[in-house]
Design a protein around this ligand. Structure first.
Ligand SMILES: Cc1cc2nc3c(=O)[nH]c(=O)nc-3n(C[C@H](O)[C@H](O)[C@H](O)COP(=O)(O)OP(=O)(O)OC[C@H]3O[C@@H](n4cnc5c(N)ncnc54)[C@H](O)[C@@H]3O)c2cc1C
Length: 262
């Protein structure tokens, strides 16, 4: 079986620097790490490989420094890694990101299951997984919290819908986005670290996606544009109100008027 896992490098910590002029996150030179949900997606793929055989390919899009998360994935059991890196891919919104990743997946050996994290800790939209599935016309499930197993070319799983659990059987090939309830990611292995230290990351520029519609890549291919991006102002003062609902709503109304929101 072939499992593909989409992994993204995200800024470390919560203090993200923002380029207010360009409306983008400052990624260059910022301490980065593997998006936490993608570690759960990778663990799911590696465990399935251990049970059913096959291989795990990881795929990322980002600046060259994102190859670090692919190298990390090798120490966690991934076999191959590809990084889409080109100025043409830069500034992509979620649709253009999904398009580039989907076009790369079309050019890889056919996958049985494509895994994504349920969301990232920077963009945080949870749109890319379903976006890739729609572009590839694959069945998909989001918020997968349990995988029962693979049988007869289909996968049985449970998805956490917030107010209930949905039991599903989905035909392969398919795409799944996963939650943190799915498993416990393993720690990087020293043995794999040594064994994979010379393993290459395949860097693909836009030319490797020949045949795709280049107008759909990057900033030009993004139907949404960020008008303004800024860190929310830190609240200097805090007031603690106590009272019954009526009293508190009166107080709240008066405050909104005082601040000229009403
Ligand atoms: C309206 C809008 C405009 C934007 N404009 C810009 C911009 O101008 N410049 C800019 O730098 N960013 C921009 N972004 C951010 C950019 O769209 C996101 O970084 C990117 O599309 C991924 O979205 P996300 O982080 O919300 O992923 P989510 O949808 O939350 O991610 C879900 C999963 O998809 C996979 N995934 C997501 N991104 C990648 C990736 N790059 N490689 C591999 N797997 C991935 C991972 O498995 C991840 O767990 C914009 C976002 C929006 C919503």
């Amino acid at each position: 079986m072939h499992f593909i896992v989409c992994i993204k490098q995200v800024p470390e910590g919560t203090e993200v620097e923002i380029d207010e002029e360009k409306g983008i996150l400052k990624r260059e030179g910022v301490e980065s790490k593997l998006n936490v949900y993608d570690a759960y997606a990778l663990e799911a793929a590696v465990s399935l490989k251990e049970t059913y055989g096959g291989k795990v390919t990881v795929l990322s899009m980002g600046p060259l420094q994102a190859s670090e998360v692919i190298k990390e994935a090798y120490t966690l059991g991934a076999d191959d890694g590809y990084l889409l890196s080109d100025r043409k891919f830069a500034g992509a919104d979620t649709l253009a990101t999904s398009y580039a990743l989907a076009e790369a997946i079309r050019r890889l050996p056919p996958a049985d299951v494509i895994f994504c994290g349920m969301q990232t800790t920077d963009g945080d939209t949870a749109q890319v997984g379903p976006g890739i599935a729609e572009l590839l016309e694959l069945p998909h499930a989001s918020y997968v919290a349990k995988i029962q197993g693979i049988e007869d070319q289909s996968i049985e799983l449970e998805a956490d819908m917030g107010d209930g659990i949905e039991e599903l059987r989905i035909e392969l090939p398919c795409l799944l986005t996963v939650t943190k309830e799915l498993n416990q990611p393993r720690l990087p292995s020293y043995r794999l670290k040594k064994a994979t230290e010379n393993r290459e990351v395949q860097i693909w520029d836009s030319k490797r996606l020949e045949g795709a519609n280049f107008a759909y890549f990057g900033l030009d291919g993004s139907p949404t544009q960020v008008e303004r991006i800024f860190p929310p102002p830190k609240a200097e003062t805090k007031e603690l109100w106590q009272g019954d609902a009526e009293e508190l709503s009166r107080k709240f109304y008066a405050k909104l008027k005082e601040l000229k929101y009403l």
